[in-house]
Design a protein around this ligand. Sequence first.
Ligand code: FAD
Length: 509
Amino acid sequence: MSEQQTRVDQPVNYQINEKGFRNFLEDFKASMKRAFHEDDKIDQFCSTRGLPPAVLTELMSLNPMSLCIPIEYGGFNGNVKENIALVSAASYESLALSLTLGINNGLFIQPFAKYGQESAKAKVFEQFVESRKMGGLMITEPDFGSDALNMITSCTVKDGIYHLRGKKHWAGLTGMADYWILTARRRTESNGLMRDIEMFVCDVNEPEQKIVVEEYFENLGLYQIPYGRNHIDVYIPEEKKLVPKTNGIQMMLDLLHRSRFQFPGMGLGIIKRILDEAIAHTKSRLVSNKHLFDYDQVQHRLSRLQANFTICSAFCLKSGEIAGVENDLSGLGLEANITKSVTSDMMQESAQSLLQLVGAKGYKLNHIAGRSVVDSRPFQIFEGSNDILYNQIAESVLKLMKTAKEKSLLTFLKGYASRAADRIHEMINFDLETPFAQRKLVEFGQVISRIVSMDLVLYLEEKGFRKDLIDNALIVLRQEISTLINNFHFANNAVVVADYDEKSFWLDF
Ligand SMILES: Cc1cc2nc3c(=O)[nH]c(=O)nc-3n(C[C@H](O)[C@H](O)[C@H](O)COP(=O)(O)OP(=O)(O)OC[C@H]3O[C@@H](n4cnc5c(N)ncnc54)[C@H](O)[C@@H]3O)c2cc1C
C-alpha cells in the first residue's frame, strides 16, 4: 500500500497504510458506541430480530465492508491481520456484528477477490463500496452439513450459463445479503454428480438469480443475523464462476481454513468484553460483606478468563502472520482446526463463566452474560463441528507421526511444538498405541490443541507480550493439558442403552 493512496469515495478519507487503518479503527469504535450505547439502544433491540435501520446506517457509515476490498475497486486493501483487528473491535460490542463482518470479509470478499474473474469484480465490489451491499456463503444443505462434500445442489452448463438447483440452509445473512457464493456439484451425463465442488457468485437482484427464502429460522442467539432455508434455482453466467488454482475442493479448503484462522478476531473481542465485565462486576458486587473479587474461587474464574484472552491474542498474532490471502491454506487444516476449535471453546467457556459470576441478573437476553452464552454457542458448531475438528486434528497428528515413524509423543512434539514440549515434557513422555476409538481421537485432539496453544503463548511471549499475563496463561494451560491427558489415559468404552425404559424408573424401587 502506498502512502499517497487515499480512499476518496468514503465519508472520511483514510490513508491506506497502518496509520490510516488505526485511525479508521478508532473511528469505527466510536461509531459502534454511538450505534449501540446512545440511549441504551443495545438493550432495546438485542432481544428483537434484525437491526433497526438507524443502527445499521450508523454502523455502515464508515463502510467497514470495504476493508478487504482491493484498492483498485475503491476498497481499503486490508489484509487478514487488519480484518482480525476489525472483527475483534466489533465483537467487543456485538458478536452478531462481528460475525456479520466476518461473513462478508472471510466468506465472501476475500474468496471473491482471490478466485473471482476480473471482469466480474468491478460491479460487485462497487456495490459493496457505494451501496453498502452484503455477501455470504451457502454450503450447508438440510441433509448435508458436516458431510458437505456430498452436497446435492447441482449445476449444469449450457451456452456459458450455469443452472444451479438445490436447497441451502443456515447461511448467515439469509434474505439480507445481495451477493452469495453458492456451492454446487456438476451433474454428469449419466445424471450422477461429480466429486469436485464448484463455486459461483449469485446476485439476487438479477432476474434469473433470485433466491427464495422458504422459511426463516428462530435462531437461539445472534438475533441480528437472519437464518433460514433457501430454494436455489438460478442461472449464473460463466464470468461469475470462481476459478480454482487446482480444484474446487482445494479452493473451498483454502477459503474455510482462512476463515477458521480469523475466528480468534471474533473470539478476542468478546472474551476481552467478558473479562472487563467480570472484573467490573466482581469489584462492585458485595456478597456476605465481601467483594466477589476477593473470593478465591472468583479469582480462579477471572484468571481463567484472562488466560483465554492471552491465548486468543496468541492465535491472533499467528493467524495474522500466516493466513494472508496470497497464501494457499488448503494444506494447513491442522493449524486452522486447532485455532477454530480452541477459540470457540474458549468463547463459550468464558460466556458461561461470566453468567455464573453475575448470577441471576445475567440470565437475561439483554444482559451481556446471557446474550454471550447463546451468541457464542454456534461457533462450536459452524464451519466444522468441534467434535469432528478435534477428531481430524488427532488424525492429522497421527499421520505425521506415522510418516516420521515416531511413536513417542514427546519426541514428535519436540519437532512440532518445541517451546511447549520443553515445558511439559514429563506429561507427554509416553508412546502412542494406535488405533484409538473415536472418542479417544477427540480427546487426543483436545490435548494436542492445548499444547499447540501453549506453544503459541510462548511465541507471543518472545514477541514481547506482557509477562504476568503469559505466566498466568501458562499455569492455566498446564492444568488443562494435565486434565485432558488424564482423560485420554482413562479407559472408557461406555455405550448408551438405547432401549432403557424397563426397570429404570426410580419410584418402582
Ligand atoms: C448460527 C449458525 C450459522 C451458520 N452459518 C453458516 C453459513 O454462513 N453458511 C453455511 O453454509 N452454513 C452455515 N451454518 C451451518 C453449519 O456449518 C452446519 O450446521 C454445520 O456444518 C453442521 O452441520 P449440521 O448442522 O447439518 O449437523 P450434522 O452434520 O448433522 O452434525 C451434528 C453433530 O453430529 C455430530 N457428528 C456429525 N458427524 C460426526 C462424525 N463424523 N463423527 C462424530 N460426530 C459427528 C457432531 O456432534 C455434530 O455437531 C451455520 C450454522 C449455525 C448454527
